[in-house]
Design a protein around this ligand. Structure first.
Ligand code: ZN
Length: 359
C-alpha cells in the first residue's frame, strides 16, 4: 500500500512536472502593451496623429475586449514581479505635450477614466502657446493623476554627435539634457519619476548605459510586448497613430505578449555608413510558442531565420538597410492564448556618410 502510494505519488509528481512548468509559466509571464500617441487632432501631420474619434474608438475597443489600462509605474512594478498584472494590461503614453492632447485628448481619456502618461519636452512648454501646453496645464494634468515624465529639454536626435564634439563632450551633453529636463519637471510640477522617453526612439549602446547610470527607466519607439526580458533602458512602445491607428492591426498589438528571452546579442543599434546588414541573435526561453512558428520581418517582408541551436535564432537583412531608423520584427503565436502573439522588435539607426540620418 505504502509502496503503491509512493509510486502513485511519484507518477503524479512526474505528471505535474511535465504539465505544470509550461502552463504555469504561460500564466505567470508578465506582459504589457504600451501604446504611443502624439497629436489628438484633425489637422496635424497624419503620421503622428489620431483624430478624437480614433482615440475614442481605441479606448472603446480596450473597454469592450477585457483589457485593463494601467499606470506606467504599475506596469514597471508588475514586470519586475513587485506587483500583480492583469492578463491584458495596456499602458497609454502621449509624447511632446502638444496642446491638442490637453484640449482634445484629455476629455476623452477622462470619459473612459483611464490612467495615462505624458512625456514632456520641457523647452517648448509655455513658449509656443497654441501648439504646446503651458506649465499650468501640465500641473493640472498631474493634479488629475496623469504621470508626468521626461522627453528631454529640446527633442534632440540624441545619438548624433555635434560637429567638433568629442565622445565625452557628447555624452556629457546627453546627460545634462536628461537631467535638466528632469529638474525642470521637478521645479514646475513637483515630481521626478525618472521615466525617460528617447526622442524619435533613437538610442545607441552608450545612451543605454547612460540612462541606467543616471537611474532612469528608458522608453523607445519600437514595437513589442513589455516583459521581464525587455531592456529596461529602451522599453518598447507600439505606435498607435497614423497608419497604425487601424484597430484591425492595433488590436493585435494591444494584446501582444513579451517573448521569454534569455539573451539578445547585437553589436550596436547605431550603425555606421558601412554597417549595412546588422546581425541579431536571440536566445529564447522556449515556452508557450513553437520555434517553427517564429517569423521575422525586415522592411515589412518576412525574412529567413537561421537556427543556431534549438533555442537560438540569428537573423540578418538580405538587403542593405536604408539610412535612418529601421527594425527587425519577430513574432510567434501563443499556444495557451489563441489569437495572441509574442512580439520582439530590434531597432537600428544607420548613418549616412556625414554621420547623420533623416528625421
Ligand atoms: Zn517626441
Amino acid at each position: 500500500m505504502h509502496f503503491w502510494g509512493l509510486v502513485k505519488g511519484t507518477a503524479l509528481a512526474a505528471l505535474l512536472a511535465m504539465s505544470l512548468p509550461f502552463d504555469a509559466a504561460a500564466e505567470a509571464e508578465p506582459s504589457v502593451s504600451i501604446l504611443m500617441y502624439h497629436h489628438v487632432s484633425e489637422s496635424t501631420p497624419r503620421s503622428t496623429t489620431v483624430s478624437p474619434d480614433e482615440l475614442r474608438a481605441h479606448l472603446q475597443y480596450l473597454a469592450d475586449n477585457d483589457f485593463t489600462v494601467i499606470d506606467i509605474r504599475d506596469a514597471i512594478a508588475g514586470v519586475k514581479g513587485e506587483a500583480e498584472l492583469p492578463d491584458k494590461a495596456v499602458v497609454l503614453t502621449f509624447d511632446d505635450a502638444y496642446e491638442n492632447i490637453f484640449s482634445a485628448g484629455r476629455p476623452i481619456l477622462q470619459e473612459f477614466e483611464v490612467p495615462w502618461t505624458l512625456f514632456v519636452t520641457t523647452d517648448p512648454i509655455g513658449e509656443r502657446p497654441g501648439r504646446y501646453m503651458s506649465w499650468d496645464q501640465v500641473r493640472q494634468l498631474h493634479d488629475e493623476g496623469v504621470t508626468i515624465a521626461n522627453h528631454t529639454t529640446d527633442h534632440a536626435h540624441m545619438p548624433r554627435r555635434g560637429e567638433d564634439e568629442t565622445d565625452a563632450e557628447w555624452r556629457q551633453r546627453a546627460a545634462e539634457n536628461i537631467l535638466q529636463a528632469e529638474q525642470k519637471i521637478l521645479d514646475e510640477v513637483g515630481v521626478s519619476h525618472q521615466l525617460f522617453a528617447f526622442p524619435y526612439g533613437e538610442y545607441d549602446n552608450v545612451l543605454l548605459e547612460l540612462v541606467e547610470e543616471l537611474g532612469f527607466t528608458g522608453f523607445a519607439q519600437h514595437s513589442g510586448g513589455f516583459g521581464p526580458a525587455s531592456d529596461m533602458r529602451a522599453i518598447p512602445r507600439f505606435a498607435a497613430a497614423g497608419v497604425y491607428a487601424d484597430l484591425s492591426s492595433l488590436g493585435t498589438k494591444m494584446a501582444a505578449l513579451a517573448f521569454p528571452i534569455k539573451e539578445v546579442r547585437y553589436e550596436d543599434t547605431l550603425l555606421t555608413h558601412d554597417q549595412t546588414r546588422p546581425t541579431l541573435e536571440i536566445e529564447f526561453e522556449v515556452r508557450d510558442f513553437r520555434t517553427s512558428q517564429v517569423t521575422c520581418f525586415i522592411s515589412n517582408r518576412p525574412h529567413d531565420i537561421e537556427w543556431l541551436d534549438d533555442n537560438t535564432m540569428r537573423v540578418q537583412a538580405e538587403d542593405d538597410l536604408s539610412f535612418g531608423r529601421s527594425r527587425y520584427n519577430c513574432t510567434a503565436p501563443s499556444i495557451s492564448k489563441p489569437g495572441r502573439y509574442y512580439w520582439y522588435s530590434q531597432q537600428w539607426i544607420r548613418m549616412n556618410e556625414e554621420g547623420s540620418w533623416p528625421g
